[in-house]
Design a protein. Sequence first.
Length: 336
Amino acid sequence: MDLLGEVLLSATIEANSIGIFHANDEWGFAMPDVPASMVFAYSVVGPPCWLLSPGGDPIPLNHGDSALILHGHAHALASKPGAPLTPLLEYWEAQGLPDFGPETRRQAPIHFGFDGSHSAPRLLAIAYFLRDPAHSPLLSILPSTILLKESGSGHFPWLPATLEFLAAEKNDAKAGYLATATHLAELIFSSFLRAHVLSAPTLSPNWVRGLSDAQIGRALAAIHARPERDWTMATLAAEVGMSRPTFARRFSELVGQTPAGYLLAWRMHVAAEHVVARKESISIIAERVGYRSEAAFRHVFKRRFGLSPLKYANQYSRNASSSAVSGSLVHSPPES
């Protein structure tokens, strides 16, 4: 089983929106803190610029470089450090540009910026709206900023051409744009994450580090592939050919959680996805993640998320309808 592939697929993208930023000479824009469900990807398709983060050193971005901003963190991009920064949401509202939320569907890219003729593209910008990133086994452990030099071309030689293709799209709608752009944007997102995971240091305990160990990686893959199985310390250890004490110690050292803790977290992540989808009864979802008793499942789910399955699904629906970036206003979903 490709565990990394499975975890990448678990990062559910509700919507994405592609924009082309244009500017001449000196420029800069700033994005404030937004809900953690929002992620921004920037790829430099023009002259070099700088990524600025509150309290951090300016980071140079050359042509072909990309940055992924996660967890809703505030950030800015500018032609040089010290350039005047325009609040992007205020600019967005003043220009009457469209809102972005979990149900956004674009028929064409949005061209925006400080070049009225839109003849000087500087950045390809993609905004993503993610489902419950705090409980994603991948997104929750990632840093707030991921940088890819030359857009990870060493891992994905096709990616620069894809970015250039999207950046060349015009304002007018073309047949098939929505489907093509949606798939390409999602491919870019997963590729960025995969490139980071494959190249990231493995000093901190987490499931990524566990992948580097053949036996612990097999245990993680077994949990992901069959969360409904009645896994115990003994059955997991037997699955990978280790003694219980050695398996328990090695798993905790590498992953930073006990096998039972990791199993619970993955089961609840899978359960939450099914609960939000509303395609199956709670009893069937309980069975899917290894609970023979619906009451026991409901108890564990509420302890994990602070809400019953039904209330969790209802709250997610309310958040999805109200969580949108609209000019200078950001609606932040309440914590569950």
